[in-house]
Design a protein around this ligand. Sequence first.
Ligand code: NOJ
Ligand code: CA
Length: 703
Amino acid sequence: MKTITLLSLICLAGALPAGAPAQTIASPSGDLTLVFGLSGEGEPVYSLDYKGKRIVDRSRLGLRGDERDFTSGFEILSVDTLGVDRTWQPVWGEYAEIRDNFREMAVGLRASAPEREMTLRFRLFDDGLGFRYEFPRQKEGSYLTLKDEATEFNFTGDHTLFCIPGDYDTDEYLWSETTFSTLPEAMNGYRTHSEAQRTGGNTIQTPMLLKTADPVYVNVHEAALVNYPAMLLDVDTDGHAMKAHLVPDRLGVAGYMQYPFQTPWRTLIVSDDARDILSSQLILNLNEPCAIEDTSWIKPMKFMGVWWEMFTGHQKTWAYSDDYLAKPGITDYTALTPNGRHPANTDNVKRYIDFAAAHGIEGVLVEGWNEGWEDWASYRKNRQFLFDKAYPDFDVEGLHEYARSKGVKLIMHHETAANAADYALQLDRAFQFMKDNGYDAVKTGYVGAIIPRSEHHTSQWMVDHVLDVAKRAADYQIMVDSHEAPRPTGLCRTWPNWLAQESARGGEFESMGGNPPSHTALLPFTRLKGGPMDYTPGLFETRLSYYNEGKDSQAGTTLARQLALYLTMPSPMQMACDLPENYERFPDAFRFIEDVPVDWRDSRYLEAEPARYITVARQDKHSDDWYVGAITDDKARTALIDFSFLPEGRQYEATVYEDAPDADWKDNPQAYRIRKVKVDSGTRLSQYLAPGGGAAMRVVPLP
Ligand code: NOJ
Ligand code: CA
């Protein structure tokens, strides 16, 4: 289905001057209304209403660069409106088919002395708004040294904000639930990362979520971040307003722009039903269609990893040897003494391959297989990461053969320790090495400050770098999972080989203080709107003291909740993060991880409230099976599961993996039960969830 309706093309007889009557468009259902106009000074301004309520009050728009100012002095040259209703099929995801239905208004603007031209393109969907700036070639000047974006979001009250602090380099934070007026206090509480990276003040990151008293929920983010820096938000706590804050490089330049160019879309997902925020596909809809012609090689998958051993307190290391400081110049690794604590060794990797093969897990990730790990997190001066040189105890060819014989794919790891410039130089060699040795997927990483370039993780240069890696990976038919990269903005629609990103505080923090249960009940409303997260669920042994009495980190979760995360944190590249020996302790629960798909035909959000609870049902893309996942925060809850999503007249058997009555994330996380119930489209099931708990169900049609 595809309908494009030309609503109107107003080639104005004369330009409309500053202060001219406003231009209005409504979303297809009429729920959202956008008003655009010019102030008396010719500043572009807009406002947004939802079901008759003001959501964004009159807010200014524009860009400022060293050479030109695009914020005032404008008159309206043209107004084009368009209605589009079409569907498209993503390569993978939560839905087999996505509807893209919007009204568009493109406003051509011109200012004089010096002459400047810009178009503001608004797309109004039933679930929100996207707008961007477009710059044609200008009469004078060929480039813009971008300093600031004037985009404002003036909200209408002291709303609740779910956010993390402004930071140019990392987003691996716990979330604050605060308000405009209490934001300064909330932001002061953050001490987890280097203060030097922080913007300071009341700056926060996107995606962020706002909730009004009514309530109306608003997710603020961006779509199609290409050749531009990421956007943070400066918050005016008294005015309840936010303004774009572009991530600069260390010279203070936000972007080096050449005309013609366009900015990413600024996005507001809006609804009075929290479930709509989760089901919204607005950000994907604002991205360009798939750029890869043959996508048959892109394969969603579950994977295990030689990974968690390094986090558990086993004293295992990514590095092969400890005596590099004594022998700093050495390049022959066989001359180093092995430390005996290096899990990326041939025998151990075979153990993971065996386990994955026995349990139908498609991939095995190996971290610490290559040269350069000796001083990666601290010095990074003596050693360079080499992406085609394995440590002496990692037999590349032998493991290629072994994995192939077992039907398992090895996944390569490229930790760059944030030397992205060097990685870019090695990339072709690295990807060729992967293909030569049977690897189709790579996990990349950018831990630490960007060296040697004076860039930030989310500045224009790094935004370009990570997209370039995904594109060049596509040339080699390689799938990508990037860590410590700029927060995703839906580019996985265009480059579906970019399966997942971390770009938030993930499961690794369960070994470093833990993530509270509310964390995973919020991420789907915020971070996940840009694209799937490699959160690394599947943790069965949630207490680090299990390995080492001195370690007291504990994950904010029950075991049953970890199963539910495969539904509530959807990703086409989904890890089973725990150690094989822990899965062997709970084989009946692991059965759910074996069964659960990672690619869906349909998804139905049944219950949702940010940071509190989520219940979702999803249908497998390749069978008639449904799966249900429900999670709660640190309070016990009864989820009400309405099975009316099932086709009428058909009987199903649900295998329910649930918290035991005495389960509790803190004191009794491994107490779970498995039971079977018959369900059909008329079933309404009350499902108990323990504090920090959850439930997962496999729902299979009966013959
Ligand atoms: C941080 C990543 O998020 C984690 O998954 C990885 O194991 C380490 N860096 C080492 O690269
Ligand atoms: Ca990380």
